[in-house]
Write a protein that binds this ligand. Structure first.
Ligand code: GAL
Ligand code: CA
Length: 371
């Protein structure tokens, strides 16, 4: 391009010299003019190239290798969030971020600790924050802090409430939520039970389904909705339910094991054990087996997440079913949203994802897809 421009200008200057062509002086002047024009053209072309290079470099800021990402996880000691954060980091690296520029911190299930971590990330001047809040109810405070520092924010896993989400769009803030709708997972848990048929599940034949519910942290919508919608699916199918016990296991296996041991000894008539996640369902299974009961024969058990161990239990018949909480789609979605903020492409204010019902029919294919 540059060469073409120079030679074109040279040719036209020489043509001009030839046209002027009366006497040597005129020709010399024309040649000199042609040379000057050519030189000027070269300078212009050089400048153009330099400008183009600067523009390319600026666009190269979209080069992610020097961008800093801060990630806050509510608690490292959570099976599902461990899968999530591991996949998130690997995917960010695969997209061009440097591993050294990705900092993932453990909120240790304490909001004050996490708020401090967010403040530190702000001081360090990270380019984007990905936050799994300890308390969903602290989201407004977190958003104010982060938006106030002009840093884009991607919430994951624990969805802030509708009022908070409405503020993001109302103010045009670079804030979004990436996650699934917990109502869907609850409904699917209930449907897994309904699909077995009432005859089979109503073991004592009294026309009611005796169940116990083991909840995650009730501050969080995942726990609230799964508790509500799992039972609602039974009622929507026209079944009558009888809640024998409803306890908070805080997403934790050991806690759930203890709770279910107590519940089963107090309520041996239990027909279904609903757990808000698989970690707690694995704890429940330990107590079910310790009580000499057999899943699929004299009790039914469902969880959520599709942890590898739970999928193996579904295949072995020691768990009735679970619901795949797609940590791969969610972590990739969160990373993509972070990238979209960095490049200036922007995001919607809500980025959803679907749960998948898992029974013996598809547990193997879900397991294979996770390898
Ligand atoms: C849920 C998940 C649980 C737990 C919880 C943390 O979506 O099913 O296992 O990780 O998030 O808030
Ligand atoms: Ca019954």
């Amino acid at each position: 391009m540059k060469k073409k421009l120079v030679s074109l200008l040279t040719v036209s200057a020489m043509t001009m010299a030839m046209l002027v062509g009366c006497g040597e002086t005129a020709a010399d002047t024309a040649t000199q003019t042609a040379e000057t024009v050519a030189e000027t053209a070269e300078t212009v072309a050089d400048t153009a190239t330099e400008v183009a290079e600067t523009v390319a470099e600026t666009a190269g800021n979209a080069d992610l290798a020097d961008k800093k990402v801060g990630v806050c996880i509510y608690q490292f000691a959570d099976n599902f969030m461990t899968l999530f954060r591991t996949e998130l980091e690997n995917y960010l690296v695969s997209q061009g971020f440097s591993k050294d520029n990705i900092t993932i911190v453990d909120g240790a299930n304490d909001q004050a600790t996490q708020t401090n971590q967010i403040q530190n990330f702000i001081t360090q001047g990270v380019d984007v924050l990905i936050i799994n809040p300890v308390n969903s109810s602290s989201a407004a405070t977190i958003t104010d802090l982060v938006v106030g520092a002009d840093i884009p924010l991607v919430y994951i896993n624990r969805e802030p409430d509708a009022d908070e989400e409405a503020r993001w769009s109302a103010n045009n803030w670079n804030v979004t939520y990436v996650g699934c709708d917990a109502r869907q997972s609850g409904t699917m848990q209930g449907e897994i039970i309904v699909d077995l048929g009432q005859e089979k599940v109503d073991l004592n034949g009294d026309g009611k389904i005796q169940y116990i519910m083991i909840e995650g942290d009730p501050e969080n919508v995942d726990a609230q909705y799964r508790t509500e919608f799992s039972v609602k699916a039974l009622e929507d199918a026209g079944w009558t339910v009888d809640c024998l016990d409803d306890q908070v296991g805080n997403w934790d296996q050991a806690t759930a094991q203890q709770l279910v041991a107590n519940s089963l000894s107090a309520h041996p008539e239990t027909e279904v054990v609903f757990c808000n996640n698989d970690a707690m369902a694995l704890g429940a299974l330990q107590s079910i087996e310790a009580a000499g009961r057999k899943v699929g024969e004299d009790i039914y058990l469902v969880g959520v997440d599709a942890l590898t161990e739970a999928l193996e239990d579904v295949l072995a018949g020691t768990m009735t079913g679970t619901v795949f909480n797609d940590h791969i789609a969610q972590s990739h979605g969160a990373a993509d949203a972070a990238i979209n903020y960095i490049t200036g492409a922007g995001n919607d204010y809500y980025i959803g994802c679907d749960y998948v019902k898992v029974t013996t029919d598809n547990a193997q294919s879900v397991l294979d897809s996770l390898k």
